[in-house]
Design a binder for this molecule. Structure first.
Ligand code: IDP
Ligand code: MG
Length: 160
């Protein structure tokens, strides 16, 4: 290891990724986490959590007027979810690419939804759609003290 190599913080973002209840029930937790790990992002928060209705409604408040909203809230609160905060260069847009299109039938093979799901209402994973929403959602789902800021040994081998 070359100790003088330090990874730059330029372009580092945070995103909120959540494995939805179908992903947990179907035993896809390890598979999904490993895709973000292998890409080179850093896990800064992780918990299994039974989401209360009020939190699901707050998280998806922009979709309140949609006809599928009640079913969406039932889905997200139907069992435990895995809440994660991930950090890295360009992580917000990159995670959305790794996740794939909202409708899994339109998601490219190689993406999480493209490989592992068939229906919009059971699309196994959530990812923030902007850096601002990444921060908002991490603050919504995690309490202070639940997040870890840490130095990954691979830092300078991933980012120059
Ligand atoms: P995204 O998860 O790809 O960002 P959004 O449009 O933000 O997609 O919708 C949030 C979630 O709401 C989707 O992931 C999906 O679970 C659900 N959803 C979106 N559109 C529909 C629909 O037409 N029918 C059922 N569920 C939907
Ligand atoms: Mg969205």
């Amino acid at each position: 290891f070359l100790p003088h190599l330090v990874a730059s913080m330029e372009g580092v973002e945070q995103t909120y990724i959540m494995i939805k209840p179908d992903g947990v029930q179907r035993g896809l937790v390890g598979e999904i986490i490993s895709r973000f790990e292998r890409k080179g992002f850093k896990l800064t928060g992780l918990k299994l959590f039974q989401c209360p209705k009020e939190l699901a409604e707050e998280h998806y408040k922009d979709l309140q007027s949609k006809p599928f909203f009640p079913k969406l809230i039932d889905y997200i609160t139907s069992g435990p979810v895995v809440c994660m905060a991930w950090e890295g260069v360009g992580v917000v847009a990159s995670a959305r690419k790794l996740i794939g299109a909202t409708n899994p039938l339109n998601a490219e093979p190689g993406t999480i939804r493209g490989d592992l799901a068939v229906q919009t209402g059971r699309n196994v994973v959530h990812g923030s759609d902007s850096p601002d929403n990444g921060k908002r959602e991490i603050a919504l789902w995690f309490k202070e003290g639940e997040l870890c800021s840490w130095e990954a040994v691979q830092g300078p081998w991933l980012v120059e």
